[in-house]
Design a protein around this ligand. Structure first.
Ligand code: CAA
Length: 387
Protein backbone atom coordinates (compact mmCIF):
# COMPACT_ATOMS: atom_id res chain seq x y z
CA UNK A 1 0.00 0.00 0.00
CA UNK A 2 1.57 3.27 -1.13
CA UNK A 3 0.76 6.37 0.82
CA UNK A 4 1.34 10.00 0.09
CA UNK A 5 4.66 10.88 1.66
CA UNK A 6 4.27 14.39 0.40
CA UNK A 7 0.70 15.62 0.78
CA UNK A 8 -0.59 16.26 -2.73
CA UNK A 9 -2.96 19.06 -3.59
CA UNK A 10 -6.29 18.40 -5.27
CA UNK A 11 -4.82 19.48 -8.62
CA UNK A 12 -1.79 17.21 -8.19
CA UNK A 13 -4.01 14.26 -7.31
CA UNK A 14 -6.08 14.92 -10.41
CA UNK A 15 -3.02 14.59 -12.67
CA UNK A 16 -1.92 11.50 -10.74
CA UNK A 17 -5.31 9.86 -11.35
CA UNK A 18 -5.28 10.86 -14.99
CA UNK A 19 -1.89 9.16 -15.41
CA UNK A 20 -3.04 6.13 -13.43
CA UNK A 21 -6.14 5.76 -15.56
CA UNK A 22 -4.26 6.20 -18.83
CA UNK A 23 -1.56 3.73 -17.77
CA UNK A 24 -4.14 1.16 -16.68
CA UNK A 25 -6.21 1.28 -19.87
CA UNK A 26 -3.87 2.36 -22.64
CA UNK A 27 -0.53 0.89 -21.59
CA UNK A 28 -0.66 -1.95 -19.03
CA UNK A 29 -2.73 -4.36 -21.17
CA UNK A 30 -0.09 -4.25 -23.92
CA UNK A 31 3.24 -3.88 -22.09
CA UNK A 32 4.10 -7.59 -21.97
CA UNK A 33 3.52 -7.94 -25.71
CA UNK A 34 5.43 -4.75 -26.56
CA UNK A 35 8.32 -6.04 -24.46
CA UNK A 36 8.26 -9.44 -26.19
CA UNK A 37 8.20 -7.82 -29.65
CA UNK A 38 10.56 -4.93 -28.76
CA UNK A 39 7.78 -2.83 -30.26
CA UNK A 40 7.36 0.91 -29.89
CA UNK A 41 3.70 1.88 -30.25
CA UNK A 42 3.63 5.16 -32.20
CA UNK A 43 0.02 6.00 -31.26
CA UNK A 44 1.21 6.40 -27.65
CA UNK A 45 2.89 9.67 -28.58
CA UNK A 46 -0.33 11.04 -30.03
CA UNK A 47 -2.42 9.92 -27.06
CA UNK A 48 0.06 11.26 -24.51
CA UNK A 49 0.20 14.51 -26.46
CA UNK A 50 -3.58 14.84 -26.35
CA UNK A 51 -3.47 14.49 -22.55
CA UNK A 52 -0.76 17.13 -22.32
CA UNK A 53 1.75 14.62 -20.94
CA UNK A 54 4.40 15.62 -23.46
CA UNK A 55 4.31 19.18 -22.25
CA UNK A 56 4.09 18.65 -18.53
CA UNK A 57 6.86 21.13 -17.62
CA UNK A 58 6.30 23.50 -20.53
CA UNK A 59 4.44 26.73 -19.67
CA UNK A 60 0.91 27.16 -20.92
CA UNK A 61 2.01 30.01 -23.19
CA UNK A 62 3.77 27.34 -25.29
CA UNK A 63 0.81 24.94 -25.13
CA UNK A 64 2.20 22.93 -22.21
CA UNK A 65 0.52 22.07 -18.92
CA UNK A 66 2.96 24.16 -16.88
CA UNK A 67 3.04 21.67 -14.02
CA UNK A 68 5.41 21.75 -11.06
CA UNK A 69 8.14 19.11 -10.85
CA UNK A 70 6.47 17.09 -8.11
CA UNK A 71 3.25 16.64 -10.10
CA UNK A 72 5.24 15.66 -13.18
CA UNK A 73 7.18 13.00 -11.25
CA UNK A 74 4.10 11.62 -9.55
CA UNK A 75 2.49 11.18 -12.99
CA UNK A 76 5.66 9.59 -14.34
CA UNK A 77 5.72 7.07 -11.49
CA UNK A 78 2.20 5.99 -12.43
CA UNK A 79 3.21 5.43 -16.06
CA UNK A 80 6.36 3.54 -14.99
CA UNK A 81 4.27 1.20 -12.83
CA UNK A 82 2.62 0.04 -16.05
CA UNK A 83 5.54 0.28 -18.47
CA UNK A 84 9.06 1.57 -17.89
CA UNK A 85 9.62 1.93 -21.64
CA UNK A 86 6.76 4.41 -21.98
CA UNK A 87 8.08 6.19 -18.89
CA UNK A 88 11.55 6.75 -20.32
CA UNK A 89 10.13 8.20 -23.51
CA UNK A 90 8.05 10.64 -21.47
CA UNK A 91 10.93 11.39 -19.09
CA UNK A 92 13.54 12.12 -21.76
CA UNK A 93 11.13 14.29 -23.76
CA UNK A 94 9.89 16.30 -20.75
CA UNK A 95 13.17 16.60 -18.85
CA UNK A 96 15.84 17.03 -21.49
CA UNK A 97 15.18 18.41 -25.02
CA UNK A 98 12.08 20.44 -24.14
CA UNK A 99 13.71 21.94 -21.05
CA UNK A 100 16.83 22.80 -23.00
CA UNK A 101 14.85 24.65 -25.67
CA UNK A 102 12.70 26.34 -23.03
CA UNK A 103 15.74 27.55 -21.11
CA UNK A 104 18.23 28.40 -23.83
CA UNK A 105 16.26 28.43 -27.08
CA UNK A 106 15.54 31.54 -29.15
CA UNK A 107 11.98 32.81 -29.59
CA UNK A 108 11.97 31.28 -33.07
CA UNK A 109 13.22 27.89 -31.80
CA UNK A 110 10.49 27.89 -29.17
CA UNK A 111 7.83 28.50 -31.82
CA UNK A 112 9.24 25.95 -34.26
CA UNK A 113 10.06 23.14 -31.85
CA UNK A 114 8.89 23.70 -28.28
CA UNK A 115 5.24 24.42 -29.11
CA UNK A 116 4.74 21.31 -31.31
CA UNK A 117 6.71 19.24 -28.79
CA UNK A 118 4.39 20.38 -25.99
CA UNK A 119 1.41 19.22 -28.06
CA UNK A 120 3.01 15.85 -28.80
CA UNK A 121 3.33 16.61 -32.52
CA UNK A 122 7.10 16.17 -32.27
CA UNK A 123 8.92 13.80 -29.94
CA UNK A 124 12.22 14.82 -28.38
CA UNK A 125 15.44 12.86 -27.93
CA UNK A 126 18.82 13.67 -26.37
CA UNK A 127 22.14 12.74 -27.95
CA UNK A 128 25.14 13.22 -25.67
CA UNK A 129 26.81 9.78 -25.46
CA UNK A 130 28.94 8.25 -28.18
CA UNK A 131 30.37 4.77 -28.65
CA UNK A 132 33.62 5.90 -26.95
CA UNK A 133 32.18 8.61 -24.67
CA UNK A 134 29.80 7.35 -21.96
CA UNK A 135 30.58 8.27 -18.35
CA UNK A 136 33.29 10.62 -19.65
CA UNK A 137 30.75 12.57 -21.65
CA UNK A 138 33.05 15.56 -22.22
CA UNK A 139 35.37 13.35 -24.29
CA UNK A 140 32.84 13.19 -27.12
CA UNK A 141 34.30 13.58 -30.62
CA UNK A 142 31.39 14.44 -32.92
CA UNK A 143 32.73 17.52 -34.66
CA UNK A 144 30.85 20.59 -35.84
CA UNK A 145 32.65 22.92 -38.24
CA UNK A 146 31.32 26.29 -39.32
CA UNK A 147 30.55 26.72 -43.03
CA UNK A 148 29.16 30.19 -43.70
CA UNK A 149 25.96 30.44 -41.67
CA UNK A 150 25.70 26.67 -41.36
CA UNK A 151 27.51 23.98 -39.39
CA UNK A 152 28.72 20.70 -40.82
CA UNK A 153 28.49 17.83 -38.33
CA UNK A 154 30.32 14.51 -38.47
CA UNK A 155 30.19 11.75 -35.88
CA UNK A 156 28.12 9.02 -34.25
CA UNK A 157 25.87 9.39 -31.23
CA UNK A 158 25.03 6.30 -29.17
CA UNK A 159 22.32 5.06 -26.79
CA UNK A 160 19.78 7.56 -28.06
CA UNK A 161 16.42 6.76 -26.45
CA UNK A 162 13.38 7.26 -28.73
CA UNK A 163 15.92 7.73 -31.52
CA UNK A 164 13.84 6.05 -34.22
CA UNK A 165 10.89 8.33 -33.58
CA UNK A 166 12.94 11.32 -32.39
CA UNK A 167 11.69 14.30 -34.37
CA UNK A 168 13.80 16.80 -32.45
CA UNK A 169 17.16 15.62 -31.20
CA UNK A 170 19.30 17.77 -28.95
CA UNK A 171 22.77 16.74 -30.04
CA UNK A 172 26.03 17.80 -28.42
CA UNK A 173 29.05 18.25 -30.71
CA UNK A 174 32.53 19.75 -30.48
CA UNK A 175 32.85 23.26 -31.83
CA UNK A 176 36.45 23.74 -30.72
CA UNK A 177 39.23 22.95 -33.17
CA UNK A 178 42.00 20.34 -33.07
CA UNK A 179 44.51 23.18 -32.47
CA UNK A 180 42.50 24.71 -29.66
CA UNK A 181 40.83 22.01 -27.60
CA UNK A 182 38.71 23.42 -24.78
CA UNK A 183 37.46 20.28 -23.02
CA UNK A 184 33.92 20.61 -21.69
CA UNK A 185 33.88 24.24 -22.89
CA UNK A 186 34.47 23.13 -26.48
CA UNK A 187 31.04 21.53 -26.84
CA UNK A 188 27.87 23.11 -28.23
CA UNK A 189 24.25 21.96 -28.48
CA UNK A 190 22.37 21.68 -31.78
CA UNK A 191 18.71 21.10 -32.61
CA UNK A 192 18.86 18.26 -35.12
CA UNK A 193 15.94 16.86 -37.11
CA UNK A 194 15.96 13.67 -39.21
CA UNK A 195 15.23 15.57 -42.43
CA UNK A 196 18.73 17.12 -42.45
CA UNK A 197 20.90 15.80 -45.31
CA UNK A 198 23.56 13.50 -43.83
CA UNK A 199 21.40 12.32 -40.91
CA UNK A 200 20.84 8.59 -40.56
CA UNK A 201 19.64 6.21 -37.89
CA UNK A 202 22.09 3.34 -37.34
CA UNK A 203 22.07 0.20 -35.26
CA UNK A 204 19.04 -0.43 -33.07
CA UNK A 205 20.21 -1.98 -29.80
CA UNK A 206 18.85 -5.39 -28.80
CA UNK A 207 18.45 -4.68 -25.10
CA UNK A 208 17.97 -6.79 -21.98
CA UNK A 209 15.12 -4.57 -20.78
CA UNK A 210 13.17 -1.49 -21.71
CA UNK A 211 12.60 -3.30 -24.96
CA UNK A 212 9.63 -1.19 -26.07
CA UNK A 213 11.80 1.92 -26.02
CA UNK A 214 13.92 2.05 -29.18
CA UNK A 215 17.57 2.83 -28.45
CA UNK A 216 19.69 3.58 -31.49
CA UNK A 217 22.91 4.97 -32.81
CA UNK A 218 22.62 8.07 -34.96
CA UNK A 219 25.13 8.99 -37.64
CA UNK A 220 25.92 12.47 -38.85
CA UNK A 221 27.76 12.36 -42.15
CA UNK A 222 28.66 15.83 -43.44
CA UNK A 223 25.27 16.79 -42.04
CA UNK A 224 24.51 20.42 -42.85
CA UNK A 225 22.83 22.14 -39.91
CA UNK A 226 21.47 25.66 -40.43
CA UNK A 227 23.02 28.26 -38.12
CA UNK A 228 19.70 28.95 -36.42
CA UNK A 229 19.74 25.39 -35.02
CA UNK A 230 22.57 26.17 -32.63
CA UNK A 231 21.11 26.26 -29.10
CA UNK A 232 22.26 29.15 -26.95
CA UNK A 233 25.93 30.04 -26.90
CA UNK A 234 28.83 28.34 -28.67
CA UNK A 235 30.82 26.31 -26.12
CA UNK A 236 27.99 26.02 -23.57
CA UNK A 237 26.44 22.75 -24.77
CA UNK A 238 28.07 20.53 -22.15
CA UNK A 239 26.96 22.81 -19.31
CA UNK A 240 23.42 22.83 -20.72
CA UNK A 241 23.49 19.03 -20.93
CA UNK A 242 24.73 18.69 -17.34
CA UNK A 243 22.16 21.14 -15.99
CA UNK A 244 19.42 19.32 -17.88
CA UNK A 245 20.58 15.98 -16.52
CA UNK A 246 19.97 17.36 -13.02
CA UNK A 247 16.31 17.31 -14.05
CA UNK A 248 16.55 14.17 -16.17
CA UNK A 249 17.88 12.15 -13.24
CA UNK A 250 14.74 12.99 -11.25
CA UNK A 251 12.71 11.50 -14.10
CA UNK A 252 14.75 8.31 -14.02
CA UNK A 253 14.35 8.15 -10.24
CA UNK A 254 10.57 8.40 -10.71
CA UNK A 255 10.75 5.62 -13.27
CA UNK A 256 12.71 3.46 -10.79
CA UNK A 257 10.19 4.17 -8.01
CA UNK A 258 7.36 3.17 -10.36
CA UNK A 259 9.10 -0.11 -11.24
CA UNK A 260 9.70 -0.82 -7.53
CA UNK A 261 6.13 -0.03 -6.54
CA UNK A 262 4.84 -2.40 -9.25
CA UNK A 263 7.15 -5.20 -8.06
CA UNK A 264 6.18 -4.67 -4.42
CA UNK A 265 2.45 -4.81 -5.16
CA UNK A 266 2.79 -7.92 -7.31
CA UNK A 267 4.93 -9.70 -4.71
CA UNK A 268 2.59 -8.79 -1.83
CA UNK A 269 -0.45 -10.03 -3.76
CA UNK A 270 1.30 -13.24 -4.77
CA UNK A 271 2.46 -13.92 -1.21
CA UNK A 272 -1.15 -13.64 -0.02
CA UNK A 273 -2.37 -16.15 -2.63
CA UNK A 274 0.44 -18.66 -2.85
CA UNK A 275 0.17 -21.49 -0.33
CA UNK A 276 3.02 -23.73 0.76
CA UNK A 277 3.22 -25.98 3.82
CA UNK A 278 -0.52 -25.39 4.23
CA UNK A 279 -0.29 -21.59 4.62
CA UNK A 280 -0.19 -18.49 2.44
CA UNK A 281 3.51 -17.71 2.20
CA UNK A 282 2.91 -14.17 3.55
CA UNK A 283 2.53 -15.82 6.95
CA UNK A 284 6.19 -16.87 6.94
CA UNK A 285 8.67 -14.44 8.42
CA UNK A 286 11.16 -15.17 5.64
CA UNK A 287 8.67 -13.61 3.22
CA UNK A 288 7.47 -10.89 5.62
CA UNK A 289 11.03 -9.67 6.12
CA UNK A 290 11.55 -9.43 2.39
CA UNK A 291 8.26 -7.54 1.88
CA UNK A 292 9.11 -5.21 4.76
CA UNK A 293 12.51 -4.34 3.30
CA UNK A 294 10.99 -3.84 -0.13
CA UNK A 295 8.29 -1.50 1.22
CA UNK A 296 10.89 0.46 3.20
CA UNK A 297 13.12 0.88 0.14
CA UNK A 298 10.25 2.09 -2.04
CA UNK A 299 9.15 4.58 0.62
CA UNK A 300 12.70 5.88 1.17
CA UNK A 301 13.32 6.31 -2.56
CA UNK A 302 10.01 8.09 -3.06
CA UNK A 303 10.58 10.35 -0.06
CA UNK A 304 14.00 11.48 -1.28
CA UNK A 305 12.68 11.96 -4.81
CA UNK A 306 9.78 14.11 -3.62
CA UNK A 307 12.10 16.13 -1.39
CA UNK A 308 14.38 16.78 -4.39
CA UNK A 309 11.38 17.71 -6.55
CA UNK A 310 10.10 20.23 -4.04
CA UNK A 311 13.62 21.67 -3.66
CA UNK A 312 13.68 22.15 -7.43
CA UNK A 313 10.27 23.82 -7.33
CA UNK A 314 11.61 26.20 -4.68
CA UNK A 315 14.30 27.15 -7.19
CA UNK A 316 17.18 25.50 -5.34
CA UNK A 317 20.22 23.97 -7.03
CA UNK A 318 19.57 20.22 -7.06
CA UNK A 319 22.67 18.68 -8.62
CA UNK A 320 23.51 16.66 -5.52
CA UNK A 321 19.91 15.99 -4.52
CA UNK A 322 18.97 14.67 -7.94
CA UNK A 323 21.99 12.34 -8.08
CA UNK A 324 21.07 11.07 -4.60
CA UNK A 325 17.46 10.51 -5.63
CA UNK A 326 18.48 8.64 -8.79
CA UNK A 327 21.09 6.56 -6.98
CA UNK A 328 18.78 5.55 -4.13
CA UNK A 329 15.80 4.87 -6.39
CA UNK A 330 17.72 2.82 -8.93
CA UNK A 331 19.50 0.73 -6.28
CA UNK A 332 16.09 0.24 -4.60
CA UNK A 333 14.54 -0.84 -7.91
CA UNK A 334 17.21 -3.50 -8.40
CA UNK A 335 16.90 -4.78 -4.82
CA UNK A 336 13.09 -4.75 -4.82
CA UNK A 337 12.69 -6.48 -8.20
CA UNK A 338 15.29 -9.09 -7.20
CA UNK A 339 13.34 -9.90 -4.03
CA UNK A 340 10.05 -9.91 -5.94
CA UNK A 341 11.43 -12.66 -8.16
CA UNK A 342 12.59 -14.56 -5.07
CA UNK A 343 9.08 -14.39 -3.59
CA UNK A 344 7.58 -15.63 -6.86
CA UNK A 345 10.17 -18.43 -6.95
CA UNK A 346 10.14 -20.34 -10.25
CA UNK A 347 7.15 -18.32 -11.44
CA UNK A 348 9.24 -15.18 -11.09
CA UNK A 349 11.80 -16.58 -13.47
CA UNK A 350 9.43 -17.09 -16.40
CA UNK A 351 7.64 -14.68 -18.66
CA UNK A 352 4.11 -15.71 -17.54
CA UNK A 353 4.37 -13.11 -14.78
CA UNK A 354 5.58 -9.53 -15.15
CA UNK A 355 8.21 -9.53 -12.40
CA UNK A 356 11.03 -10.73 -14.64
CA UNK A 357 10.33 -7.78 -16.97
CA UNK A 358 10.42 -5.38 -14.03
CA UNK A 359 13.79 -6.84 -13.01
CA UNK A 360 15.19 -6.41 -16.55
CA UNK A 361 13.77 -2.90 -16.81
CA UNK A 362 15.15 -1.91 -13.39
CA UNK A 363 18.74 -2.69 -14.35
CA UNK A 364 19.14 0.18 -16.78
CA UNK A 365 18.20 2.75 -14.17
CA UNK A 366 21.60 2.03 -12.59
CA UNK A 367 23.26 2.75 -15.93
CA UNK A 368 21.70 5.51 -18.02
CA UNK A 369 21.62 9.24 -17.34
CA UNK A 370 24.80 8.56 -15.37
CA UNK A 371 25.75 5.21 -13.81
CA UNK A 372 25.43 4.67 -10.06
CA UNK A 373 29.20 5.21 -9.88
CA UNK A 374 28.90 8.60 -11.64
CA UNK A 375 26.07 9.60 -9.26
CA UNK A 376 28.38 8.86 -6.32
CA UNK A 377 31.09 11.01 -7.93
CA UNK A 378 28.64 13.90 -8.36
CA UNK A 379 27.37 13.54 -4.77
CA UNK A 380 30.89 13.49 -3.34
CA UNK A 381 32.11 16.41 -5.49
CA UNK A 382 29.13 18.50 -4.46
CA UNK A 383 30.22 18.22 -0.83
CA UNK A 384 33.10 20.52 -1.77
CA UNK A 385 31.30 22.66 -4.35
CA UNK A 386 31.21 26.41 -3.85
CA UNK A 387 28.34 26.81 -6.37
N1 CAA B 1 25.22 21.95 -13.54
C1 CAA B 1 25.86 23.00 -14.10
N2 CAA B 1 27.13 22.91 -14.56
C2 CAA B 1 27.77 21.73 -14.44
C3 CAA B 1 27.15 20.60 -13.85
C4 CAA B 1 25.83 20.74 -13.40
N3 CAA B 1 25.17 19.71 -12.86
N4 CAA B 1 28.04 19.58 -13.87
C5 CAA B 1 29.16 20.03 -14.42
N5 CAA B 1 29.00 21.34 -14.76
C6 CAA B 1 29.99 22.23 -15.37
C7 CAA B 1 31.19 22.39 -14.46
O1 CAA B 1 31.00 23.44 -13.52
C8 CAA B 1 32.27 22.75 -15.45
O2 CAA B 1 32.12 24.10 -15.84
P1 CAA B 1 33.37 25.11 -15.92
O3 CAA B 1 33.99 24.84 -17.23
O4 CAA B 1 32.74 26.44 -15.83
O5 CAA B 1 34.26 24.77 -14.74
C9 CAA B 1 31.91 21.91 -16.67
O6 CAA B 1 30.51 21.59 -16.54
C10 CAA B 1 32.67 20.61 -16.75
O7 CAA B 1 32.36 19.90 -15.58
P2 CAA B 1 33.33 18.82 -14.94
O8 CAA B 1 34.70 19.34 -14.90
O9 CAA B 1 32.70 18.35 -13.68
O10 CAA B 1 33.25 17.69 -16.08
P3 CAA B 1 33.79 16.22 -16.09
O11 CAA B 1 34.34 15.97 -17.42
O12 CAA B 1 34.64 15.96 -14.90
O13 CAA B 1 32.44 15.34 -16.01
C11 CAA B 1 30.65 14.17 -14.99
C12 CAA B 1 31.54 15.40 -15.02
C13 CAA B 1 29.71 14.41 -13.82
C14 CAA B 1 31.41 12.88 -14.77
C15 CAA B 1 29.85 14.11 -16.31
O14 CAA B 1 30.68 13.78 -17.40
C16 CAA B 1 28.71 13.13 -16.27
O15 CAA B 1 27.64 13.43 -15.73
N6 CAA B 1 28.89 11.91 -16.85
C17 CAA B 1 27.79 11.00 -17.03
C18 CAA B 1 27.20 11.21 -18.38
C19 CAA B 1 25.73 10.98 -18.41
O16 CAA B 1 25.00 11.13 -17.44
N7 CAA B 1 25.24 10.64 -19.57
C20 CAA B 1 23.85 10.49 -19.77
C21 CAA B 1 23.59 10.16 -21.16
S1 CAA B 1 21.99 10.65 -21.61
C22 CAA B 1 20.97 9.37 -21.34
O17 CAA B 1 21.29 8.38 -20.77
C23 CAA B 1 19.60 9.76 -21.77
C24 CAA B 1 18.75 8.71 -22.25
O18 CAA B 1 18.57 8.57 -23.43
C25 CAA B 1 17.97 7.93 -21.29
Amino acid sequence: MAWALTPLTEAQREIQHLAQDFAEHEIAPYSAQWDRDAYFEPSLVEKLGALGFLGMLIPEEYDGLGLDTLTYLVALEEIARADASAAVMISVHNSLPTQMILKWGSADQKERYLRPMARGEMLGAFALSEPEAGSDAASLTTQAVRDGNDWILNGTKAWVSSGTKGDVILAMARTDTPDDRRGARGISAFIVTPDLPGFSVGKKEDKMGLRASPTVQIHFSDMRVPGDRLLGAVGSGFIYAMQSLDNGRLGIAAQAVGISEAALRLAAAYAAERKQFGHPIKEFQAIQFKLADMAMRVAAARALLHAAATAKDRGERITQFSSMAKLLASEAAMAVTTQAIQIFGGYGYVKDYPVERLFRDAKVTQIYEGTSEIQRIVIARELYSKR
